[in-house]
Design a protein around this ligand. Structure first.
Ligand code: SF4
Length: 210
């Protein structure tokens, strides 16, 4: 396993074949944050329509804070997230109290309703390109397999995973690194991985140990 090789493969992949999602094509922190909240349990392809509808209706924190919970619920129901509607309204209100802006520091973001470590790091990385770790279940799957880290723990309760991700992000291009990892996870290192075609297979702990 090589951290340098991992970065090279993921950055190359993102450069050649980036997936185009609307939350990747904005630098509006609010739009990025809403994308991350809606993506928490669902594949990107299924979120696009709901995401656009959501931002058409509530394009800023003030609109979200004033929205009816039942309206939010009906918009996000197709994603199986209807129960999160009250949380999203609370998120809008918290952002209004914050001055109508989305903070860009992970510690400030993590205090907002419904914002866990992944989303709290995603906004500064995906909006500002900061060199920070970003780890959700999908990124955890790839890192654990290639680097041979133990499975099982929730990513948020796995400091070794976050420490590895911090080292990988430190040299820069963290946005491209993590988006490349997400794309790689969706096309090659899937739940059933396509190891024989993988550019990392020569020294992947999972493949070599299998
Ligand atoms: Fe994932 Fe297989 Fe590639 Fe390892 S060799 S990174 S398990 S696809």
């Amino acid at each position: 396993m090589s951290e340098r090789k991992y970065r090279r493969v993921m950055l190359g992949r993102f450069r050649r074949q980036p997936r185009a999602f609307p939350w990747r094509q904005t630098t509006d922190p609010y739009a990025v944050l809403i994308g991350e909240v809606l993506l928490q349990r669902t594949r990107g392809e299924h979120v696009v329509e709901v995401y656009r509808d959501f931002l058409d209706r509530w394009p800023d924190p003030g609109g979200l804070a004033r929205a009816r919970v039942s309206s939010i619920s009906s918009v996000i129901r197709p994603l199986g997230l209807a129960k999160r509607a009250p949380m999203l309204k609370r998120l809008g209100k918290a952002l209004v109290e914050y001055g109508g802006e989305v903070p860009v520091d992970p510690a400030d973001l993590a205090r907002l309703p419904g914002v866990g470590p992944y989303a709290a790091h995603s906004v500064p990385v995906f909006v500002l390109g900061r060199s920070l770790p970003v780890v959700d279940w999908v990124i955890a799957r790839v890192l654990r397999r290639y680097f041979g880290l133990p499975e099982g723990k929730r990513p948020n309760a796995d400091p070794a995973l976050w420490q590895l991700a911090a080292r990988l992000a430190k040299p820069g291009k963290a946005r491209e690194l993590w988006l490349g990892t997400l794309d790689f996870a969706s096309s090659i290192c899937k739940p059933r991985p396509l190891c024989p075609t993988c550019p990392l297979n020569a020294d992947c702990a999972y493949y070599q140990g299998a």
